[in-house]
Design a protein around this ligand. Structure first.
Ligand SMILES: Nc1ncnc2c1ncn2[C@@H]1O[C@H](COP(=O)(O)OP(=O)(O)OP(=O)(O)O)[C@@H](O)[C@H]1O
Length: 578
């Protein structure tokens, strides 16, 4: 197994491809807006010192017009910047979400188990949105705020250097405040997203298991437990928000105290003739610009920190290298070689402790059927999971047509295998759309044929729309047995060479189970089948039966042989026959 690498925010940069132009032009237009903003106080000063002092109405109108023009240009530049920022941020967000979704689909089952589906959903949705908003904010403010702070400070210093000492004291105080709050909040934003994962996991489990919750009258307990998760998230978010919220008023307070000082000492300097009234007004305007920019800078930092925490979480997923890597050659059918062989296979789930199966060996030729039986948790599904490489073996080799499954490309390997998982799962859409997952090109006649073998045609044909009947999310509109039959039909549509039925007939009544097995034998005689079941009657006619107990093979042979040689099998069979 490849070690898990830590993600870095730099990993997200490639998704900016195609948006660098907007990312550069946006801040340039914002800078132009800021330059116009810096000129306004100078025009105001002229208006007061020349226009008002000399009661020159024409001059006042002229300066008023200049201010209007500056404002109009500033607005136009701001709008252009907003356009570029949105285009870049939304484009980047979309590319990131797509890449993340694509990458999650390449991850091995163990990586998905480790990260958790709920956390993956939060990362694809909430975290991507946070990064997207953060980028939008950075494009709009990251250059403008420092530029305005430095620019306004220089302009103010040009007006009166001595008076500037006041904001030269105020700015570092605010800087220290910003730095301290940022250092405190950054790690907490990351932790909070983790709490959001808990809420997502809880929501998912509760919605999936809503019927069980009602059956056990657990609504009150589940609501209480969900409320606790939400409370923890809310409390932590409020705590971080509170500290973040100090920034605005504290920065304003410090800057406003500075403005009071400027007005106080500036008034004295106006009296002594060192400063004009217009210059003092311009000075105060620059102070206000600095204050506002500092506050916006604080908001930017908060937004940036949130985005950085989310970017790290996304990057961690992107850093996961697919453990199941593609083999080199496409699978080709070899008539002479066994279709499937397990050669001393041992497998332990990552983080699962002891091996789930130990030293399993068997071999199957074309058209043969293997029945696997054993108690709960004995390792039956684990054997099935290793064939299409949902997991790779820890020791030993799984071979198809005589070659290690790892040598084949995943697509060609999985194309010849029809898997019917233990948990029947369908997606929203029509029955036909679900069945065509097996083979997108299959026509209606093929779908009908597959349904007939899987004993699904009877109920499908009875619905008013037949194959075009809608299936609700997860197949909730169907009974357990109907879902199982459709998932079997879906696997058959793909014309597999190897069919794996993982306890897929448990919801069928005995007569349907029998008829299904008859049809499979008659219509799919050349297909190699693995039938996992808890029912001895479902597998007793198989060519070979593998008996599993606590991860070990405790019997291998035909039904008659095992009745004599394998006490575990004999026990299961006789108990079920009673
Ligand atoms: N994703 C997983 N991560 C860790 N351990 C797992 C995982 N899946 C299964 N196991 C463990 O591996 C062992 C074998 O599980 P497996 O699902 O193969 O049993 P099974 O015989 O198919 O059981 P059942 O008949 O109940 O479906 C069990 O102890 C189980 O707890």
């Amino acid at each position: 197994m490849k070690p898990k690498k830590a993600g870095s925010v730099r990993r997200l940069l490639p998704y900016m491809k195609g948006y660098w132009k907007e990312c550069i032009l946006g801040p340039i237009f914002k800078l132009l807006e800021a330059i116009f903003e810096l000129i306004v106080p100078l025009v105001t000063a002229k208006m007061i010192d020349v226009g008002i002092a000399n009661r020159d109405t024409g001059y006042i109108w002229k300066m008023g017009g200049a201010m209007f023009l500056l404002a109009a240009c500033g607005l136009a530049f701001a709008l252009i910047c907003q356009y570029y920022a949105s285009k870049c941020a939304y484009g980047f967000g979309t590319a990131l979400r797509r890449a993340l979704y694509r990458h999650v689909n390449t991850l091995s089952h163990s990586a998905v188990d480790r990260i958790g589906t709920a956390s993956l959903i939060t990362r694809i949705t909430s975290d991507s949105n946070t990064v997207q908003s953060g980028l939008n904010m950075v494009i709009r403010l990251a250059t403008r705020c420092p530029f305005l702070i430095i620019g306004a400070a220089i302009m103010a210093m040009r007006i009166d250097l001595k008076l500037s000492i006041i904001f030269l004291i105020a700015i570092p105080i605010i800087g220290v405040l910003l730095y301290s709050v940022t250092c405190w909040t950054i790690p907490r934003y990351g932790e909070n997203q983790g709490k959001l994962d808990n809420i997502a996991r809880h929501t998912r489990e509760n919605l999936d298991g809503v019927r069980v919750i009602r059956a056990f009258s657990r609504q009150d307990e589940e609501i209480e437990s969900y409320r606790n998760d939400c409370d923890v998230f809310a409390k932590r978010s409020i705590a971080v928000g509170r500290v973040g919220a100090i920034l605005n008023p504290a920065s304003f307070f410090i800057m406003n105290m500075g403005i009071v000082a400027v007005l106080w000492f500036g008034g004295i300097r106006v009296d002594t003739g060192h400063l004009t009234q217009g210059e003092l007004t311009a000075f105060v305007n620059y102070m206000t610009q600095i204050a506002l920019s500092m506050v916006r800078m604080a908001e930017l930092l908060i937004s940036f920190n949130k985005a950085a925490a989310s970017a790290k979480r996304i990057s961690d997923v992107l850093a996961e290298e697919p453990e199941i890597t593609d083999g080199e050659k496409p699978l080709t059918v070899q008539e002479q070689a066994p279709v499937l062989a397990f050669d001393h296979v041992t497998f332990a789930y990552p983080d699962g402790g002891e091996a789930a199966i130990h030293d399993i060996s068997f071999s199957l030729r074309a058209g043969e059927t293997l029945g696997i039986i054993g108690g709960t948790g004995s390792g039956k599904s684990t054997i099935a999971n290793l064939i299409p490489r949902f997991y790779d073996t820890t020791e030993g080799t799984v071979r198809i047509y005589g070659e290690d499954v790892r040598s084949y490309t995943l697509d060609s390997l999985r194309q010849i295998i029809g898997v019917v998982p233990q948990k029947a799962s369908l997606v929203s859409g029509t029955i036909a759309e679900n069945l065509r997952w097996g083979d997108a090109a299959a026509d209606d006649a093929e779908l009908e044929h597959a349904c007939k073998i899987a004993q699904a045609w009877e109920f499908v044909s009875q619905t008013s729309r037949g194959l075009e009947t809608k299936v609700t999310q997860g197949g909730r509109s169907l009974s357990g047995g109907q879902k199982q039959r459709l998932t079997i039909a879906r696997a058959l549509v793909g014309h597999p060479k190897l069919l794996i039925l993982d306890d897929s007939m448990s919801a069928l009544d005995y007569a349907t189970d029998l008829e299904l097995r008859r049809q499979l034998a008659a219509e799919m005689g050349d297909v190699t089948k693995i039938m996992i079941s808890q029912r001895a009657t479902s597998i007793q006619h198989a060519d070979h039966i593998l008996v599993m107990d606590d991860g070990k093979c405790v019997g291998y042979g035909t039904h008659d042989e095992l009745l004599v040689q394998c006490p575990v099998y004999a026990d299961i069979y006789h108990t079920q026959m009673q």
